[in-house]
Design a protein around this ligand. Structure first.
Ligand code: RNT
Ligand code: ZN
Length: 424
């Protein structure tokens, strides 16, 4: 496939910029803002949520990565090198989101309630060298003590104790990331707890979860280093009838405890988007964590594509002035395609959607709305959909040394030949 030359990209950019200027949009300023946005890439796309604790162990918590694309990362070094490759293909400077099962404990078997910052020192060194911030997640699945389907909401005090201790240990790890890297680590709690079939008691597990969370969060940590988030979900495989940590549960929890709320785009009813929730919850929670994802039927974790949902999320963040209070993470896992490409495509789509949102003549639109001129509002919103966005995007990639268009595929193929194909 042929790609445009730098000269062609600059020419197209100049024309597109003039076109946006006619609408009163300052393109240079939009690009500057885009450049300052840091996405948190999810490490778990690189190895199908495997982690290094139990090689070959099966994925629990009702999560499923289908596919068997060759070359998945088997060690932390391989995962870091795949991530390095992905970051080279994504314009801007971005973070990494780690899960507790990505600890490197050497030959020692360290159970999850015992993990320490030192088990992540290689990740921190790598993050420092490459200027990535780090985010974190306790892992409350893929473990014998999660097999009953209940963790923090378990009726068994020993099981609950184990997972509370795990989450407390994870907050300490997260804090150590924030201190080492000078940018707060968001530690996000998601648990799989729920029932396959109709429960007799919906309340008791929620009371247990509330008490567990309060115990986990009892110790205050300086927000300059560490922030807590909680993530609701509608259902999972094996928790079709009841999820303890539902949206309403965590809405209430985050508002009353002033934690961050995590909205995962795949965790709601199929026709329910998260975009409309943003301006509502932002009135009541200090900050937001997003898991940008794409639900398809029962699955909440398809690679992020350039959908209406994605565009609406970006618009809401920009229009509401919420970028400063929002941590944008990605969350999906597809094992049926090249995993570096999965990171690259989802990240580039998210950034491009943010660019589109930054290029909106929002003051004009808002004024039309205030004036009650809904006809003009509709006309302009429709016109905006076909503005020369990609000319600006190409230019952004050019000036940030990121590949243009699907050029990134050439590098992904080369990486596949040289690195992934050797992993047999
Ligand atoms: C699961 C949640 C959660 C996980 C990760 C691996 O439905 O979305 O965020 O995807 O913790
Ligand atoms: Zn998620």
């Amino acid at each position: 496939m042929n790609h445009p030359t730098p000269g062609q990209i600059e020419q197209a950019y100049t024309l597109a910029m003039e076109r946006y200027a006619l609408l009163g949009v300052n393109v240079a300023q939009a690009l500057k803002q885009l450049q300052s946005i840091s996405l948190s890439l999810h490490c778990w796309q690189g190895d199908d949520v495997g982690g290094f604790e139990n090689p070959g162990g099966s994925l629990g918590g009702g999560l499923a990565a289908t596919g068997n694309y060759p070359g998945k990362a088997r060690t932390a070094e391989e995962l870091r090198s795949d991530l390095d490759q992905a970051y080279r293909l994504i314009p801007g400077s971005h973070r990494l989101n780690l899960h507790a099962i990505y600890a490197e404990t050497g030959s020692a078997r360290v159970d999850r309630d015992q993990i320490l910052p030192e088990h992540f020192s290689a990740w921190v060194d790598w993050a420092k060298t490459n200027r990535h911030g780090l985010d974190f997640n306790p892992t409350l699945f893929s473990h014998p003590k999660a097999e009953s389907g209940l963790t923090l909401a378990s009726h068994d005090p020993a099981v609950r104790r184990f997972w509370i201790d795990h989450c407390i240990a994870c907050r300490k790890v997260g804090e150590s990331f924030g201190r080492a890297l000078g940018t707060p680590c968001v530690t996000n709690i998601w648990i799989p707890d729920g029932y396959k079939d109709t429960p007799a008691d919906r309340l008791a597990p929620r009371k247990l979860l509330e008490a567990s969370l309060d115990e986990i969060l009892a110790e205050k940590i300086d927000p300059r280093y560490h922030l807590d988030a909680v993530e609701p979900k509608l259902f999972g495989i094996g928790s079709e009838s009841y999820v303890v940590g539902s949206h309403e549960f965590y809405m209430g929890y985050a508002v009353t405890r002033q934690t961050l709320l995590c909205l995962d785009a795949g965790h709601f009813h199929p026709t329910e988007g998260i975009a409309d929730k943003i301006s509502a919850v932002m009135l009541y929670v200090p900050e937001l964590l997003l898991h940008v994802s794409r639900g398809v039927r029962w699955d909440s974790d398809h690679v992020v594509t350039y959908t209406d949902d994605l565009q609406s999320i970006a618009q809401e963040l920009v229009r509401g002035g919420f970028l400063q209070r929002t941590h944008i993470g990605l969350d999906y896992f597809d094992a049926s395609i090249n995993r570096v490409a999965a990171w690259t495509i989802g990240s580039r789509n998210t950034l491009r959607a943010l660019l589109a949102a930054l290029l909106e003549p929002i003051d004009t639109l808002r004024q039309m709305e205030i004036n009650g001129d809904f006809t003009a509002r509709l006309a302009l919103l429709e016109e905006l959909k076909a503005m020369p966005l990609n000319a600006i995007w190409d230019y952004h990639c050019l000036t940030t040394n990121a590949p243009i268009g699907t050029q990134y595929l050439d590098e992904i193929r080369a990486h596949e030949m040289k690195v992934l194909s050797q992993r047999v």
